[in-house]
Write a protein that binds this ligand. Structure first.
Ligand code: DQA
Length: 146
């Protein structure tokens, strides 16, 4: 039987994880996160597919492409979290659960990071847990889909 697919979508600059401000974002690369999510997904009976883009329109297209294909979306929209109504609208057009993840605690940082458009759609928000946040999101996704 095919396992429910979870699309794990990542926004700008997250391709630099592990190299970019490791004091804030940690030492794990996006490839490490993809591997850990795939392993946990296996345990939970979920298939994971991780993607990253530096472009807002491309992220909108990835969200649209998840329609009818993915059971749920885990998304770290990075800086677009705080600016993109287009990403919010695309997520609103997706029927399944959406979990928003941030490696850093956005509420402990600059005021411009405190507001998230995506949170008005997200079923859960995880912030400040580093790379582990993606794994928490996957566990929660299994509960929501169970
Ligand atoms: C981030 C937080 C955002 O404010 C920032 O622009 C990012 C990463 C995080 O994972 O902590 O690029 O989404």
């Amino acid at each position: 039987m095919t396992r429910p697919r979870i699309h794990i979508l990542n926004g700008p600059n997250l391709n630099l994880l592990g190299q970019r401000e490791p004091g804030i974002y940690g030492h794990e690369s996006l490839e490490d996160i993809a591997r850990d999510c795939a392993a946990l997904g296996q345990e939970l009976g979920l298939e994971t597919a991780l993607q990253q883009t530096n472009h807002e329109g491309a992220l909108v297209e990835m969200i649209q492409a998840a329609r009818g294909v993915a059971a749920g979306i885990i998304i770290n929209p990075a800086a677009y979290t705080h600016s993109s109504i287009a990403i919010l609208d695309a997520l609103t057009a997706f029927d399944g659960p959406v979990i928003e993840v941030h490696l850093s605690n956005i509420h402990k940082r600059e005021a411009f990071r405190h507001y998230s458009y995506v949170s008005t759609r997200a079923d859960a928000v995880i912030a400040g847990c580093g790379a582990q946040g993606y794994l928490f999101a996957l566990r929660r996704m299994a509960v929501l889909l169970g």
